[in-house]
Design a binder for this molecule. Structure first.
Ligand code: BG6
Length: 485
């Protein structure tokens, strides 16, 4: 746990990720007195600007809509810990001057044991030179701790991911490396471990004998506006399914870890992922949004090639070949420009034995990751009154109502704090990434046109529920709507 004498260097400090996520999360930790004492934050980017300009930009996205004077004071105090260095990512001189700046800050620290955390909020094209230069020119060797935090995309397929990881590994050990998948910092994703392993009632029903099918869904109500250039190179599978949703799936399905240690948890995640064969074309539905209700289609985005067939929606089914899960479909689906913002896990149980009850709705356990965190169980209950008739109801644990005082931390706050503590539990291990790419690489090569003509995604209107073929798809994979019971 880093208590003091710590500098956090944010590379790509003028970019979107830093402004919208990293720096506001650092502020959040600062405000909760969770940063090491006298921690300094150094922004680094190519853009030329002075310290004051950086301080202004770095705090522009901090939410203080109500002009709370207390928050305003904290922002002013936080600004004092921010400095800025501009320079290139590939040349040694720039990193030498960054190092001088860091040494100058450290000369004011009492102890000579200083810690440096390097956060790469950068596009993948400069990952490797920055990892290398930070190590060669800015790594403190005497005492202290050095850590590097990196963000997806970690490559585009199995081979490129191996190259990227291999290159970073030449300079940074696994212990020093923290690979972020920010879904692992979300409260309800962390809650999966507790729900599963701290409740005997859940554990007993958690397998193919009780569960019919599982859906893990990601829906966003906006398109790629402004990010089309980046998105078109990656597509929705690399953007969301291969990382965020697969992480949720692995925690949902892994066996009980021996302990809560990072290695024990990740050993179990890797084991279950290794039981999943690569996803099949025939089981994959691709979509792309088109203009509707005055909203632009994907192809109307000027940063997107006019004939792009990049999917902005995808649904696919994963199968886990182990005794617990054999035969249970896990449907992963994600889309941009849909009708609502929602991320949830929906576990549908099997039908009850027919006999006394016929055509009765199935139980469903829903874990809503966002917005409005909740866990609810769809349960049949007796209609109150003189008759014995069952109706579907819900046992509802909505966080806002149940934990009225609780403040749910931002995913990035939780993860940066973990990295400061040196806890890898919620970071992606190299072998986890490798197996995740194995599952998705064949389908990605097909979509990229490396195995013949590129598949054409199904059109869906901006603001709709997705391609109209979706309902039949999930029905085919075993999902039964209550109305159909
Ligand atoms: C990012 C994706 O990793 O996750 C974005 O690149 C997506 O396309 C985002 O919008 C979603 O994150 P959250 O926390 O808003 O669900």
């Amino acid at each position: 746990d880093l208590k003091d004498n710590t500098i956090i260097v944010v590379f790509g400090a003028s970019g979107d990720l830093a402004k919208k996520k990293t720096l506001p999360a650092l502020f959040g930790l600062y405000r909760q007195s969770r940063l090491p004492r006298d921690c300094k934050i150094v922004g680094y980017a190519r853009t030329k600007m002075d310290r004051e300009e950086f301080q202004k930009r770095a705090t522009a996205y901090i939410n203080n809509a109500d002009n709370n004077p207390d928050i305003a004071n904290s922002i002013e105090a936080f600004k004092k810990s921010l400095t800025y260095v501009h320079g290139g990512y590939e040349d040694s001189e720039s990193f030498e001057s960054l190092n001088k700046h860091l040494e100058e800050i450290e000369s004011h620290y009492q102890s000579k044991e200083c810690n440096r955390i390097f956060y790469l909020a950068l596009p993948p094209s400069v990952f490797i030179p920055v990892a290398k230069n930070a190590k060669l020119y800015c790594h403190v060797t005497k005492g202290g701790v050095n850590r590097i935090i990196i963000e997806k995309p970690f490559g585009k397929d199995l081979q490129s991911a191996r190259e990227l990881l291999g290159a970073v590994k030449q300079y940074w050990t696994e212990d020093e490396t923290f690979r972020i998948d920010h879904y692992l910092g979300k409260e309800m994703v962390k809650n999966l471990l507790v729900l599963r392993f701290a409740n005997i009632a859940m554990g007993a029903a958690w397998d193919k004998n009780s569960i019919s099918n599982v859906q893990i869904t990601f829906k966003e109500p906006f398109g790629t506006e402004g990010r089309g250039g980046y998105f078109d190179e990656f597509g929705i599978i690399r953007d969301v399914l291969q990382n965020h949703l697969l992480q949720v799936l692995s925690i949902l399905t892994m066996e009980r870890p021996v302990s809560f240690s990072a290695e024990d948890i990740r050993d179990e995640k890797v084991k279950v992922l290794r039981s999943i064969p690569p996803v099949e074309r025939g089981e994959t539905l691709l979509g792309q949004y088109v203009s509707a209700n005055g909203k632009p289609g994907y192809l109307d985005d000027e940063t997107v090639p006019p004939d792009s067939v990049c999917p902005t929606f995808a649904a696919t089914t994963l199968w886990i070949n182990n005794p617990r899960w054999e035969g249970v479909p896990f449907i992963l689906k994600a889309g941009k420009a849909l009708n609502e913002a929602k991320v949830e896990v929906r576990i549908q149980f099997k039908d009850v034995t027919q006999g006394i009850f016929k055509d009765i709705a199935r139980n469903e356990l829903v874990i809503r990751i966002q917005p409005s965190e909740a866990v609810y169980l769809k349960l049949n209950t007796k209609t109150p009154g003189l008759y014995t008739r069952a109706i579907p109801t819900e046992m509802d644990l909505t966080y806002k109502r149940r934990f009225t005082e609780a403040i749910i931390p931002e995913a990035y706050e939780a993860l940066i704090l973990d990295a400061l503590k040196g806890d890898h539990s919620n970071f992606v291990r190299h072998d986890e990434l490798d197996v995740a790419w194995k599952i998705f690489t064949p389908i990605l090569h097909w979509i990229d046109g490396l195995e013949g003509p590129r598949p054409h995604p199904l059109p869906y209107p901006y603001g709709s529920r997705g391609p109209k073929e979706m309902d039949a798809y999930i029905k085919r994979h075993g999902y039964k709507r209550a109305e159909d019971s």
